[in-house]
Design a protein around this ligand. Structure first.
Ligand SMILES: Cc1cc2nc3c(=O)[nH]c(=O)nc-3n(C[C@H](O)[C@H](O)[C@H](O)COP(=O)(O)OP(=O)(O)OC[C@H]3O[C@@H](n4cnc5c(N)ncnc54)[C@H](O)[C@@H]3O)c2cc1C
Length: 417
């Protein structure tokens, strides 16, 4: 079968890889000159099954209200005259009900766990390297109330088979000695040894190179403008190149993996995807003292920041701004990140050489991505992975290849049909 994948982020590239492995002729269309140059470029790096809790939960609304008006708040919400944003928010509130949260958590953990296993097999089979570290994820707390709440969250994750262990502050420092300087401020933590970290850009661009060698055709600098309807199916995709030349590409099947830009493409077909961009920031610092920088991937709960050691660099990411499609860097938010990292690891990095970046997480209200079929039998979705797209990319790509082939995926998940 001829399959066209729209988008070469980590999700589109992983989809293309597994589709090619299944024997299809695969073409990937991407507006950027390479793979993973938008949201998959400089994310937090965590392959995090242990912290797959959906953002929509009973305490989320209180946190949103508490952060209103604070420019440096981890969660920043700017109300716009945008019906999608309003509908998205209304659905988010519905997803905060306890019954919904429990069901969403179970499904996210199942897909994330399957995805981590898929990534591990891909790595073992191909030898792909991407500054990957399998040293676990350590979550540390400086606020007693947050730590107390986290014990219940960790217990809930253990019930789902995720070995997230609650630990005391001394154990936190034993696992990551670079935190010794702030030992007095720590109240505890939790640790999941099976979680991992790595550079999503390196992974995706290397997977794309491996895919090319295996016969996938990547077409770059090409913007998808429209999906064309045939009788009951999708007959083609309309494209425009950098010189303004239009063309149409026909294929047997089409996969939408355009991250935050997916909803605009499917809306004219009557497929309303509830995906809204959640702008996040990252800062990448050159490490000057390797012993003073963490090697275990960390989450600083109080500041909602994640840390991943990427070789000789430290990547720190977090914050979420619901404010449309702007990727503008807000210096107040950049400086808040660096202030915190410097306070934790004062001698580890050259903080004046920080590289700041923003990306648009394709957020769904439930945190569940759309993976599977649409009402058009040859149009498939793999999009809306929100905060966990790097974690879920391999599993969603592999499951999607099964669905395209008419097989039932190995993981229990509410796939779109
Ligand atoms: C600050 C931050 C930290 C994060 N940290 C983590 C983390 O630690 N762990 C984790 O699992 N996830 C994390 N994420 C989430 C993760 O990065 C995303 O979920 C993931 O990158 C989404 O991948 P994607 O392929 O769906 O989208 P993208 O990477 O955005 O890919 C979509 C592609 O489609 C292309 N495209 C869009 N429109 C068109 C068009 N019309 N024509 C042609 N091409 C088009 C884009 O150029 C892009 O390459 C983080 C995100 C952010 C912002």
């Amino acid at each position: 079968m001829n399959v066209v994948v729209l988008g070469a982020g980590v999700v589109g590239t992983a989809s293309a890889w597994y589709l090619r492995q299944a024997g299809h002729e695969v073409t990937v269309l991407e507006r950027q000159p390479g793979a993973a140059l938008e949201t998959s470029f400089a994310n937090g790096g965590q392959i995090s099954v242990s912290h797959a809790q959906p953002w929509a939960n009973p305490s989320a609304l209180f946190k949103v209200l508490r952060s209103l008006g604070r420019e440096d708040a981890p969660l920043l919400f700017r109300l716009r005259a945008d019906p999608l944003q309003w509908r998205w928010c209304a659905q988010f509130v519905r997803e905060c009900r306890p019954g919904r949260v429990a069901a969403n958590l179970r499904r996210i953990v199942a897909l994330a766990d399957y995805s981590r296993r898929s990534l591990q097999s891909l790595r073992a089979d191909s030898g792909i390297e991407y500054e990957n570290l399998a040293r676990g994820i350590l979550h540390f707390y400086t606020d007693q109330a947050e730590f107390d709440r986290s014990c219940a969250a960790a217990a809930a994750m253990r019930e789902l088979g995720c070995p997230r262990e609650t630990i005391d502050a001394d154990e936190v420092v034993r696992i990551e000695p670079a935190l010794a300087g702030v030992r007095a401020k720590l109240v505890g933590g939790d640790f999941t040894a099976s979680d991992e970290s790595g550079d999503a850009y390196q992974f995706t661009s290397r997977l794309a190179a491996m895919g090319k060698a295996a016969g996938i055709c990547f077409v770059h600098n090409m913007t998808v403008t429209r999906l064309l309807r045939g009788p009951g199916t999708i007959s083609g995709v309309e494209l425009i190149d950098g010189e303004g030349r239009h063309q149409v590409l026909h294929a047997d099947a089409f996969i939408v993996a355009l991250g935050s830009f997916s909803a605009a493409l499917t809306a004219p077909l009557g497929i309303r995807l509830m995906i809204y961009p959640g702008k996040g920031y990252s800062a990448t610092y050159p490490i000057v003292d390797p012993a003073a920088a963490p090697t275990v991937s960390l989450t600083d709960d109080g500041h909602k920041l994640v840390f991943s050691r990427l070789g000789s660099r430290l990547r720190v990411a977090g914050t979420c701004e619901l404010n449309g499609y702007t990727r503008e860097l807000n210096l107040v938010r950049c400086e808040a990140i660096t202030r915190r990292v410097r306070a934790l690891f004062p001698d580890a990095c050259d903080y004046d050489a920080a590289r700041y970046w923003t990306g648009l997480r394709p957020l769904t209200p439930s945190n569940l991505p759309y993976v599977g079929r649409t009402r058009y039998p040859n149009l498939f979705l793999n999009t809306g992975h929100g905060t966990l797209g790097w974690t879920m990319a391999c599993g969603s790509g592999r499951a999607l290849a099964d669905i395209v082939a008419g097989r039932t995926p190995e993981v229990a998940f509410p796939f779109a049909r």
